[in-house]
Design a protein around this ligand. Sequence first.
Ligand SMILES: Nc1ncnc2c1ncn2[C@@H]1O[C@H](COP(=O)(O)OP(=O)(O)OP(=O)(O)O)[C@@H](O)[C@H]1O
Length: 571
Amino acid sequence: MVKELLVHLRPHRKILVVGGLLGLVGSAAGLAMPLLAKYVVDAFGEDRPMTGPLLWLTVAVLVGAVVAAGGSYLMERTGENIVLGARRGLVDRMLRLRVADVDRLNPGDLLSRVTSDTTLLRAVLTNGIVESISAAFMLVGAIVMMATMDGVLLLVTLGVVAVVGGLVGLLMPRIQRAQTQAQEAVGEMGSVLDRALQAYRTVKASGAEEREIAVVADAAGRARDRGLRVAGWTSLAGVATFMAVQIAFVAVLGVGGARVAAGTLAVSSLIAFLLYLFYLVAPIGQLVQGAVQLQQGLAAMRRIKEIEDLPAEPTGVAAHASAEAIGVIFQDVTFRYGDDRPMVHDGVSFTVPPRGLTALVGPSGAGKSTVFSLIERFYEHQGGTITVGGRDIRDWPLAELRAALGYVEQDAPVLAGTLRENLLFAARDATEDELRDAIARTRLDDLVSRLPEGLETPVGHRGVLLSGGERQRVAIARALLRRARLLLLDEATSQLDAVNELRLREVVADAAKDTTVLVIAHRLSTVTGADRIVVMDGGRVRAVGTHDELLGQDDLYRELAATQFLAGQPL
Ligand SMILES: Nc1ncnc2c1ncn2[C@@H]1O[C@H](COP(=O)(O)OP(=O)(O)OP(=O)(O)O)[C@@H](O)[C@H]1O
């Protein structure tokens, strides 16, 4: 794990070395001060002029302060760049993960890894490692200087420091464990908050505000408790450090005083030694702090690595080869969402020829949406073959396959931004004419003319300013602009008003003239207009035919048509 931490440091090593050197120069200037103070005291005792030593002392203070400030700025800057690098890497990986892996993860927890864990990384990489190096330098420097003053006093000091160092070392694994738990708690809090915000309207409509607030507050409380545990162990390490220096101070004062009385040690040497001893406080504190930060960084690194280690989908840019409609063939396809999950597709076979409208119908849970997920290769089917455009789906480069498909989800998500940005989301290079054509084909002209700023009107976070029917038409326009060769449309289950429903039907029928349209149908009007209907039940295809054929042949279809579809038209 330490190696992984260093990987993040590598690109910044030059600047870190410069910053580190500046820190060292600053420390060296600081280190020289007790010595210069000794000269001042000696000069005072020996009646020599003090101007020289005093001048040096002032120069050392100034140089030390300026150089240390410059070094610390460089380090902070590098820290920000390291966080930026880690965040970019993490976000890049997150958006390329496989859908199956994202299903298991939680959006709120993922967010906390990008925001909070990366910040911890900064502390360990800059303050932690670099300041620890300069602290170690200070420590060694101070010890060398102390050795030149008096060997006996040095041994007394080192003895005390070693005992405390051992004790602090024992605390480190506990700090790391507590920090991991604290970060997990922050992730959990993100998850529950995300859940409440995603279902914001449902929460309000259910009068569940209090309950949800309590759940999030609970999670926040857990994060606090675990944070406190980290603080507890860290404080203990701090107390041990403080005690070490105090005990050493008393011991040195006792032993040193006796040696001064015996005439084996000069008073100035004892003063300088004691000053060095106090100089040890900061670097020892810094080293302990560095070790704590290292534990925190390792905990954060573990959570970042968990995501970075997940496999990513292959990347690639799809050349838009053709806009020719393509068909789909499912042949004895088997699929389940996990080894311990039930079969969702248990030998699904059907053929959708190029062009025309094919409707998928079946009771809830029959596996209809899964058909779309497999065509988009959000998941990999386990048995049988899926052929798209005459080519096994596994032989398609992923980016090329998805470029050939248009996918309209049931709740047709609209992203924040303007209507234009939403329409061009899947086809950034579409021309103004193509855009106008898609708007006309999806009967969105009304909407555009009604919106205060037309296409440039922001449609709100998740498209809250649009109706359900409008959102679906925007999503279809998006798919058309992508010049989808196969349009996968999961029809909204929500009731649409007659005008919206008619428009949507016209749009779909229109698209089916030159594109293959596969629609998960929830409306009778859709199936009556379909060229063919595939009836799914319990992970299998039980019948294929037109509406009239199926009414005569298939009991389930007859029942579905009578009960499940909206009875908008007489049978
Ligand atoms: N991401 C997933 N992970 C695990 N199981 C899933 C996942 N998506 C769907 N399932 C399960 O697979 C089965 C088929 O789901 P699917 O969404 O394909 O059905 P459907 O026919 O589209 O149903 P509906 O009309 O209600 O949307 C269901 O039992 C569902 O619980």
